[in-house]
Design a protein around this ligand. Structure first.
Ligand SMILES: Nc1ncnc2c1ncn2[C@@H]1O[C@H](COP(=O)(O)OP(=O)(O)OP(=O)(O)O)[C@@H](O)[C@H]1O
Length: 729
């Protein structure tokens, strides 16, 4: 089990813990750094690194509080304690512990003294390297990450276990509480046979527990001990070597390696694995400077002064009288806890790198912001499920910059488009958003709506907010050109293409709109032969000039508009259905002004401002009575009609206010808001009805003219005449 876990709410995804973890035991999931128990060696590096205090360690504090209340608790003190308690005097500290309820206080130096003879015995004559096993983090590191080196670990109990075994031997029912700077010791205790040690307190936890008593200054003489210098220096750099071989008569200097610090430990073990290490005794401590820099030492002193405190204490310290020592069983064994990680394939690593825009080696910045030393290491960790793609800071910055630009641009566009596509109605507000969206793609667009509703305005708005805005917007009114001219207008022509063709030829609208947008207004009026050619252009994205053979690539966006019912025209055979489907990739309908009367005041205001600017004259306003008439009117000519009415009123009104009398008669007659009903002239209405009935009959009879004529009770000859008259194919 892991003794460290993450407090989710506090983790801010800074990846400091990932950076500091020496064994890749942190997994980042949805921005939260979680400890992977199988890989964690409880070294506490992540706790030291976390500025948010988001890492939590298993605690025995409530248990200890109970033991202290019940009585009978014994403190086992790590020899680094003088570094932690400073400026408290060690004597005061012992008193404090006793006052707090500890019946006895013992230092782990007992365990050092118990284990050193066993170490000497084991090491005598051993040729192979032997690694001291008193540092719990080092043992975890070897068991979980270098299992083939387990053979080099010295199989003798740590000083803690040896002390505990001795005290337990003396008093079976006592409560043993270890107090030290180390987190890995919690894991060691939790994994040890039940009942040897009851609880572990870190120095930090102890200080918190006794914070109200910590200032006690009553000096009571310390227990009388014999002088004992060496065991107290055990937690310092080289402490094991000094204790095993104080006079240097077992090992030569070159046979001993003192290794400390997480990177150094990992590097040394790698070298040992590779067979480059020839030393016989390896004194390895995971924390730099030894246990005095343990993650929970809770000292304000720097490492040098901590060391000084331990030496000072060791010089004054008296040896504890242990009496006759029993023969204790101090052997220990280790187990292989290695959990291999997946080895990703080169393709997978490259894929992850590409995802964060690292396409070539120069793109790999290796900035370390993700907590990994290199982009490649991070990509491997992503494949192994330990890291997330989004952990790459330069990539995120690039993305957010892109997003910021996008939103800034959209904001600017919304402002610009508001002054262009005027209106307050939900319809127009929606159309403005649609225009911005449509501007981001290149799909062919079909705009539908009655005459004068603003179809061209919408087409221009889409162009304006698109990346094509710097290129031309060309509009061609298909209804305004004679059939013989439309193709040369649209596609252009080569010199000599027809009589009267200009020298050097002429580019068509498709050409002129290169890179920009081309509006085919009144598309329904396009002759069928030109419809077929336009279809080919849309399919092949290329066209030829009239009389030419060179294919020119179509680079304009095509927008078509009509006020006609194309489905009806398809039914009548006047519009190609295949062209309709090509054009109708996206279609937008602009509603008639009648259905969005809220737009009238802002539109009127907009036109008046335009007129004032054009004429360099003061802005005119519309009287509320006139506006009321506008609201009552149905505007069959839509916005165009409104614009014309405003224009007329602008020029006829002398003052600054446009009054009812400046409006055309048919609006003035509305009189107090009564609706005007505009009827279609009888003759036109009858013709429309007749035409619709003929089309319907043809549809019903599957285009059988004889049946359709008899269905309508119409002489066949008249029927044929009517077909011609109404241009029904
Ligand atoms: N929402 C609007 N904001 C500002 N002006 C508008 C708006 N809608 C229409 N107009 C103005 O109304 C007039 C007619 O608009 P437009 O030419 O776009 O209509 P249309 O639907 O394309 O007409 P048609 O079917 O006859 O081609 C133009 O002068 C245009 O500037």
């Amino acid at each position: 089990m892991s003794v460290v876990s993450t407090i989710k709410d506090r983790c801010k995804a800074c990846y400091s813990c990932v950076r500091q973890c020496p064994v890749k035991a942190i997994k980042v999931k949805v921005g939260q750094s979680m400890v992977v128990p199988e890989r964690c060696i409880s070294c506490g590096s992540c706790i030291k690194a976390c500025s948010q205090n988001a890492k939590e360690v298993v605690t025995f504090v409530p248990q200890v509080e109970d033991y202290l209340k019940e009585g009978g608790a014994i403190a086992l003190l790590a020899p680094s304690f003088p570094a932690s308690i400073y400026p408290l005097d060690p004597g005061d500290f012992f008193n404090l512990l006793q006052e707090a309820g500890f019946n006895e206080v013992h230092e782990l130096t007992i365990g050092v003294e118990l284990t050193m003879p066993r170490y000497r015995e084991y090491l005598a004559g051993r040729k192979e390297p032997a690694i001291g096993s008193h540092c719990a983090a080092v043992v975890n590191l070897i068991e979980k990450h270098f299992p083939d080196l387990i053979q080099y670990l010295i199989p003798i109990d740590s000083a803690l276990m040896a002390t505990a075994k001795l005290l337990r031997h003396r008093n079976k029912n006592c409560r043993l509480i270890f107090i030290g700077p180390c987190i890995a010791k919690k894991e060691e205790v939790l994994n040890s046979p039940e009942g040897i040690i009851d609880a572990v307190l870190t120095f930090k936890e102890l200080k918190e527990l006794l914070k109200d008593m910590w200032e006690t200054k009553d000096v009571v003489p310390a227990p009388s001990f014999e002088k004992s210098y060496l065991p107290s220096t055990f937690p310092l750099t080289g402490g094991l070597v000094k204790n095993v071989d104080p006079r240097g008569n077992i090992y030569r200097e070159d046979e001993v390696a003192v290794v400390e610090g997480k990177e150094e430990c990992v590097q040394f073990l790698q070298k040992l694995q590779e067979g480059y290490i020839k030393h016989r005794l390896i004194d390895m401590l995971f924390c730099k400077g030894g246990c005095i820099d343990g993650p929970e030492i809770a000292s304000d002193l720097d490492v040098f002064n901590r060391q000084y405190q331990v030496y000072q204490y060791s010089r004054s310290r008296k040896k504890e009288n242990l009496g006759r020592l029993p023969k204790l069983q101090l052997d220990r064994s280790f187990s292989n806890k290695y959990q291999p990680l997946l080895s990703p394939s080169e393709e997978d690593i490259v894929r992850v790198l590409r995802y964060t825009n690292k396409n070539k080696p120069e793109d790999e910045l290796n900035c370390g912001a993700c907590g990994y030393n290199s982009c490649r290491d991070k990509a491997v960790a992503v494949c192994q499920g330990l890291a997330e793609i989004e952990m790459c800071l330069p990539y995120l910055l690039e993305q957010s910059r892109g997003e910021l630009e996008y939103y800034k641009k959209r904001l600017k566009m919304s402002d610009e488009i508001k002054d262009y596509l005027v209106g307050d109605s939900p319809y127009i507000q929606g159309l403005r958003q649609t225009a911005i969206k449509l501007g981001q793609n290149d799909a062919t667009l079909l705009i539908l709506g009655e005459s004068g509703v603003g179809k061209e305005v919408l087409a221009r708005a889409v162009h304006m907010v698109s990346p094509r805005s710097e290129k031309p917007f060309i509009a061609i009114n298909c209804a305004a050109l004679p059939e013989q001219l439309i193709e040369s207008e649209l596609f252009g022509y080569e010199e000599g293409a027809f009589t009267g063709a200009r020298k050097g030829g002429k580019p068509g609208k498709l050409d002129q709109a290169r890179g920009g947008s081309l509006l085919l207004d009144e598309i329904a009026e396009l002759p069928l032969s030109t419809q077929a050619k336009l279809l080919r252009v849309l399919q092949e994205r290329a066209f030829e000039r009239v009389g030419g053979t060179t294919a020119i690539r179509l680079s304009a966006r095509i927008i078509a508009a009509t006020n006609q019912d194309l489905n009806r025209l398809i039914g009548e055979g006047k519009f190609r259905s295949d062209l309709f489907y090509r054009l109708n990739v996206i279609s937008v309908t602009v509603p008639a002004l009648l259905h969005r009367k809220e737009d009238i005041p802002p539109l009127a205001d907009h036109f008046l401002r335009e007129l004032a600017a054009e004429n360099k004259s003061p802005v005119k306003l519309i009287a509320s009575e006139a506006l009321a008439l506008f609201a009552a009117y149905e505007w069959p000519g839509n916005v165009r009609e409104l614009k014309n009415v405003i224009e007329r009123a602008f020029y006829t009104a002398d003052g600054n206010i446009i009054q009812v009398q400046h409006l055309p008669d048919y609006i003035r007659q509305l009189n107090g808001g009564r609706k005007i009903v505009r009827l279609t002239p009888m003759k036109k209405a009858v013709r429309n009805l007749e035409k619709d009935l003929i089309i319907k009959a043809l549809k019903e009879t599957n285009n059988n003219k004889v049946d359709a004529a008899s269905m309508l009770g119409m002489p066949r000859a008249t029927f044929y005449l009517k077909l011609k008259e109404y241009n029904i194919h």
